[in-house]
Ligand binder design. Structure first.
Ligand SMILES: Nc1nc2c(ncn2[C@@H]2O[C@H](COP(=O)(O)OP(=O)(O)OP(=O)(O)O)[C@@H](O)[C@H]2O)c(=O)[nH]1
Length: 829
């Protein structure tokens, strides 16, 4: 190698190291974007995922694939079929069509639309559902049944699935980071059983170390590395767990004698995951793969593809850590179905595969074989076919080994293959090592842009919907406030007027009753002087009964007033219910519309609100408005009347109730009883003046005459008085008792007490209805306010999300451009 060539290689390694560093940084940034989105998805805004559109696109893709499969190439072997789901989920998703044509070559990724970020046209392209790749949710179980099933998935379930997908992407990025930072290159040698993989590895390192046989023999992965990586010691380490393996820690592996290698390779019973073989490359010059002076290379010999499904799955899983895939084809068999399937899947991440068609020595018509295999490669890996001169080689590893043993020169075809492989591994390390990481990062970043644009649109739509809902509900809210104020005022005023009416009626009615008690007593028949005592008792009882009756009358009036007030309040309640029904039905209509438009967030609020509108049990007595209010009022009034009756019962008949010396109240009666002229004369004057008149007369008539006259007069007066008293006895009883009862009622505040009692009862009977009305209105207002506050809160979240996703889209765009530039200035590195 000339000095200038060496300079070139050093320069290339420097550029490569710089690319690794930059890509490493961008992968970390991409990962932190994913973490940020995950956090946002979990805590603030469930990422809106265009599920239905993606389902439709997926179905279309599946149909297209099915029709392609039925008309053309079969993709899967029977052995792979059982693991398709697992394999698909492990394999990275292919880059979008526009990005796969040239594997990030300058001409392809440097397209104007990508350079400029996402312009309106490219947003249109990004919004194509089929464009979502890495972050596409794995919902194939639902796809085949019905796309509507996917539409029925709840937002929260999708958010959870999306979160899991993000976590998977982060893990994959971690592996890519490990790969980018890994200074060594790993070459996986794979292919069908008995294709000659082990023989090829031996030939490549000029060392007959790996066992080979006509029968299938390689049972586990054998990684061959230069002994210099083990302090120059040639050793074989059998490793049970690759994650814990450390060559300096003997507990993490079992050292195997090289002589026992064949046994362990052929009969591994799943005890070991891998063999690490530290050996010497017997190349004489610096053309050696393992020993190239620039980078540590590992050659990994793998079990045959169609060995068993577990091994095949492991092989697919290992692709992430593999830089170069050398696919060994048996020239006698061409590509088997499992080989075809492997190439198709490997192409998802590695656009270029290094293909070695081995056992070419056994082929008689070589040109025909070559043509047929190249035709297959064109179908399976077009990019590899495009570079077939460098990437497809027809060799005989077996002959090569024999030549080495014999010390004869290496066949041209084989040495050409070695040169190309070295070049592919060393000089095109970007393609083999960095491009998969770059491709994956680009896919993730495109997906982020796509989802960010989707979410900006979803947030904008939600803001518009919330604004419309707020606008629409504003007049209703104002109307509700007005209705509440007016109804409350009217209900209060009805309560006050009812109480006032009852008080006024009770006061007037009972005052009048107390004034006319004597009239009531007159209705009691007088049985005569001999039954005077029982007459007095009857009079008293009649007055009490009358009083009770009149109080009852007042109570009935109060009941009637309460009923009327309740009926009026029931009308208010009816109007309120109508208002409530109208607003809830219009809200349900709005909800139905919103749900059909796919915005589920609002429905969640409204369910809460409906619950709020329901009154608590204690505030909404069952059939409150249907009950008979009179019952409760009557119950209380009886107790009150009882207390009034008891007071009257304390009145005892007294002698004074039967005698009334005050004649002034009924002179007419007295006149009729004293028929005599003298008495008429006396009766027309006060007693004192009568006596004076008598004294004057005595001076003119003489003393004896006057004395006789006076005695006669006195006797007459006495007799008249007695007669008068006896004949006026019933009136006296009525008069005296009525005045005593009146006096007692006055003293007890009979009228005021009943007026107060009935006013209180009326208030107590009506007040709950007023409260209920006010309370239910208040609940309606609160529910509406809660709904409005919730709308505002959701709008705030949507506004934040709008800004967040817009910024996220820009960040992802910038990062996409930065990641893309890593390959633009590749300059052949
Ligand atoms: N004629 C011919 N035979 C070859 C060639 N390469 C390998 N063989 C033979 O093919 C048989 C299988 O070779 P291996 O290297 O064990 O094949 P393999 O792909 O590693 O086999 P498994 O690991 O079991 O899948 C052996 O007998 C080899 O000698 C070749 O180029 N020409």
């Amino acid at each position: 190698m000339s000095a200038s060539q060496q300079q070139d290689q050093i320069q290339q390694q420097r550029v490569f190291a710089d690319k690794c560093r930059r890509l490493h940084t961008y992968l970390l940034s991409t990962k932190s974007l994913l973490q940020e989105i995950g956090e946002y998805n979990r805590s603030k805004w469930p990422v809106h995922y265009p599920l239905a559109r993606i389902a439709r696109a997926t179905q279309a893709q599946q149909q297209a694939a099915a029709s392609q499969a039925s008309s053309g190439l079969r993709r899967t072997s029977s052995m792979i079929n059982s693991d398709t789901t697992l394999v698909d989920s492990l394999a990275p998703v292919p880059l979008r069509r526009s990005m796969t044509t040239d594997d990030f070559s300058d001409t392809e990724v440097g397209s104007d639309e990508l350079r400029a970020g996402v312009d309106p046209d490219s947003v249109g392209r990004l919004l194509d559902p089929s464009d979502l790749s890495v972050l596409k949710l794995d919902l194939r179980l639902s796809y085949h049944s019905d796309s509507d099933v996917m539409g029925s998935l709840e937002e929260s379930s999708i958010a959870r699935l999306f979160d899991e997908r993000l976590a998977q992407c982060e893990i994959h990025i971690d592996k890519l980071i490990a790969r980018v930072t890994d200074k060594s290159s790993k070459i996986l040698v794979t292919g069908d059983l008995n294709a000659g993989k082990s023989t090829l590895v031996n030939a490549l390192i000029r060392n007959d170390i790996l066992p080979y046989d006509q029968q299938p023999c390689t049972m586990l992965f054998c990684e061959v590395v230069d002994a210099s990586l083990n302090g120059g010691l040639e050793e074989v380490h059998a490793i049970p767990d690759m994650h814990t393996y450390d060559r300096n820690s003997p507990s993490t592996f079992v050292k195997v004698n090289i002589g026992d290698l064949e046994d362990i390779v052929m009969e591994n019973d799943e005890q070991f995951q891998q063999l690490k073989i530290y050996t010497k490359d017997n190349h004489k010059d610096k053309e050696s793969l393992l020993h190239n002076g620039f980078v540590d290379v590992a050659l990994i010999d793998s079990p045959g593809l169609n060995r068993d499904s577990l091994k095949t799955t492991q092989l697919f899983a290992r692709q992430e850590e593999i830089d170069v895939v050398v696919f060994v084809v048996n020239a006698e068999n061409h590509f088997t179905l499992s080989g075809q399937d492997f190439l198709l899947n490997a192409g998802n991440e590695k656009a270029h595969i290094f293909i070695v068609v081995n056992r070419f020595d056994a082929i008689r018509r070589k040109d025909r074989c070559e043509r047929m295999i190249l035709d297959q490669i064109r179908e399976l890996s077009p990019l590899t076919y495009e570079e077939r001169n460098e990437l497809v080689h027809f060799v005989s590893a077996h002959e090569q080994l024999a030549d080495q043993r014999n010390g004869t020169s290496v066949a041209t075809s084989f040495s050409n293959m070695e040169k190309c492989l070295r070049s592919f591994t060393l000089e095109q390390r970007f393609k083999s090592k960095l491009a998969p990481a770059q491709r994956y990062a680009m896919n993730v970043l495109f997906d982020i842009q796509y989802l960010a644009a989707e979410n900006v649109a979803a947030a904008t739509k939600r803001i518009q919907e919330i604004n419309a809902a707020l606008r629409e509900s504003m007049p209703k809210y104002e109307n509700l406030l007005q209705e509440r104020t007016e109804t409350s005022k009217q209900a209060e005023s009805m309560l006050d007027s009812s109480c006032l009416e009852v008080r006024r009626h009770t006061t007037a009615h009972l005052t009048n009753t107390a004034l006319h008690l004597q009239d009531v007593a007159e209705k009691v028949s007088y049985p005569g002087l001999l039954s005077l005592w029982s007459y007095a008792e009857n009079v008293l009882l009649t007055m009490v009964r009358h009083l009770e009756h009149e109080v009852s009358e007042c109570d009935r009036f109060a009941c009637f007033t309460i009923q009327q007030a309740r009926q009026e309040l029931a009308k208010f309640e009816e109007a309120r219910r109508r208002l409530e029904d109208t607003s809830s039905s219009s809200r349900q209509d709005a909800l139905a519309n919103k749900n059909s438009s796919g915005i589920e967030g609002i429905s969640a609020i409204s369910d809460d609100d409906t619950a709020l509108l329901k009154l608590p049990a204690h505030s909404s007595p069952a059939n409150m408005w249907e009950g008979d209010v009179s019952a409760s009022v009557t119950a209380s009034q009886i107790a009150s009347i009882g207390s009034i009756s008891n007071a009257l019962d304390t009145i005892q008949l007294e002698l004074a109730d039967f005698v009334d010396l005050d004649f002034s109240h009924n002179w007419g009666t007295l006149t009729s009883i004293s028929a005599s002229a003298s008495l008429t004369l006396f009766a027309s004057k006060p007693m004192a003046s009568n006596v004076l008149t008598l004294l004057k007369m005595s001076s003119t008539m003489g003393a004896n005459t006057a004395r006789r006259l006076m005695v006669a007069t006195a006797a007459l007066i006495g007799l008249g008085s007695v007669f008068y008293i006896l004949s006026d006895m019933d009136a006296t009883v009525r008069r005296k008792l009525s005045s005593r009862v009146s006096l007692m009622l006055e003293e007890e505040g009979f009228v005021e007490r009943h007026a107060e009692r009935l006013t209180t009862e009326t208030s107590r009977a009506i007040r709950p209805f007023v409260w209920h009305l006010q309370h239910t209105f208040q609940r309606m207002v609160e529910a509406e306010e809660h709904r409005r506050a919730d709308h505002l809160r959701k709008r705030h979240v949507a506004q934040d999300s709008q800004i967040y996703f817009d910024e996220l889209r820009i960040k992802a765009q910038e990062l996409t451009n930065a990641v893309r530039v890593v390959s633009i200035d590749a300059n052949g590195c």
